[in-house]
Design a protein around this ligand. Structure first.
Ligand code: NAP
Ligand code: G4F
Length: 330
């Protein structure tokens, strides 16, 4: 198949991963379609695609993960060879406040899309954005594709449903359906509510005299953090294999929130102890204390590995926030 014959339909194209994935696929010559849910301000919604300079290169199709008919119409229009399901209510803390919405979008939304694929384009290759949050209360010190799951939030429970449904549609209907179990991945396009971006934005604000303190919750939590640009490459690789399968995508290194913060404060030349405040408002009803992924299978079968260190990524994010805030406050 030549690159011009290849087309992709991405749900969640306006999010962090959707934007980087669209950029990657456009560079490979794909025609890229994205699902666009109704929002009151399309300028804000397109901000990430604009930042990457690709907003005009993708074709957006109206629709919402909770509306099966809209997904059917979008797939009929796009007629894609590859479908990437990245749409979700993806902020873990919000999932305790909005568990039903999270279930509808993140869990049943995947069911809607799998049904639409099965009805309209069963030969399309399907990618499901699964997550290391499914490991939750970890059952093994290093988590791989065979580690049992123990979800710890309504978000993780919804994702686990979507994960098993993806496996089930592969086994039941022969869909080429893959589940990528991705550990945390970040970038300058990360939402401001997630801890890395909250930290790099917060430290940049302190550096510019716009804030005095940074308020965080559980800084003892540990995460396996990689760069989103590396991780979307793994999504694409999964759909290029001979057979559909599930893969853990991770760096194999885990770091506390505290040590991740230190990298940002050091980049700014600021003393962490003078500015960091622990605020119980940011603690969660149930915490995922530690995540550490084993990416060996992805290494062996996809030839994939993470290329960006946490230090390089946090500095990149801090510099991007500093530049943006300087421009805004000029
Ligand atoms: P994100 O930035 O929060 O993007 C989520 C996307 O979903 C946005 O485009 C959002 O559109 C869209 N969306 C939300 N509700 C929708 C609905 N009802 N109908 C249609 N679209 C809807 O997330 P991300 O960080 O790019 O992550 C991409 C996917 O990977 C998510 O499924 C996430 O759960 C999963 N994941 C992420 C990580 C990570 O560390 N980043 C790790 C593992 C798995 P609006 O912007 O218009 O709301
Ligand atoms: O950055 P976070 O909000 O990410 P979390 O909860 O690990 O979830 C992210 O990664 C998952 C993959 O494992 C994705 F599936 C999910 O969609 C999302 O992208 O929090 C990371 C850690 C947590 O332990 C949290 O308790 O940082 C801790 N933390 C401490 N203070 C904080 C804060 N998190 C946030 N967001 N804000 C704080 O002030």
């Amino acid at each position: 198949m030549t690159s011009v014959d290849r087309s992709a339909f991405i749900t969640g194209i306006t999010g962090q991963d959707g934007a980087y994935l669209a950029q990657l696929l456009l560079a490979k010559g794909y025609k890229v379609y994205g699902l666009s849910p109704r929002r009151s301000n399309s300028d804000i919604n397109l901000a990430r695609l604009e930042w990457l300079g690709i907003a005009r290169d993708v074709e957006l199709l109206d629709g919402d993960m909770t509306d099966l008919s809209s997904l059917i119409r979008a797939l009929q229009t796009a007629n894609p060879t590859e479908v990437y399901n990245l749409a979700a209510q993806s902020f873990v803390k919000t999932s305790w406040d909005q568990p039903l919405l999270t279930g509808q979008v993140t869990g049943l939304g995947a069911a809607n899309l799998l049904e639409a694929v099965r009805l309209i384009k069963p030969d399309a290759r399907f990618y499901q954005a699964s997550t290391s949050e499914m490991y939750g209360l970890i059952q093994e010190p290093m988590q791989s594709e065979t580690t049992p799951f123990y979800p710890r939030s309504p978000y993780a429970v919804a994702k686990l449903y979507a994960h098993w449904l993806t496996v089930n549609y592969r086994e039941s209907f022969g869909l080429f359906a893959c589940s990528g179990i991705l550990f945390n991945h970040e970038s300058p396009l990360r939402g401001l509510e997630f801890v890395t971006r909250k930290v790099t934005d917060g430290v940049a604000r302190i550096k510019l005299g716009l804030a005095k303190e940074l308020r965080l919750g559980n800084i003892d939590a540990k995460r396996d953090w990689g760069h989103a640009r590396d991780y979307v490459e793994a999504m694409w690789l999964m759909l290029q294999q001979e057979t559909a399968d599930d893969f853990v995508i991770a760096t194999g290194r885990t770091t506390t929130v505290r040590d991740m913060c230190k990298i940002a404060f050091e980049a700014a030349g600021l003393a962490i102890d003078e500015h960091l405040v622990i605020d119980p408002a940011f603690f969660r009803p149930a915490e995922v204390e530690v995540l550490l992924g084993n990416p060996s299978k992805a290494h062996q079968k996809l030839g994939w590995e993470a290329t960006t260190s946490l230090e390089t990524m946090i500095r990149e994010m801090y510099e991007a926030d500093l530049a943006r805030l300087r421009q805004l406050n000029h």
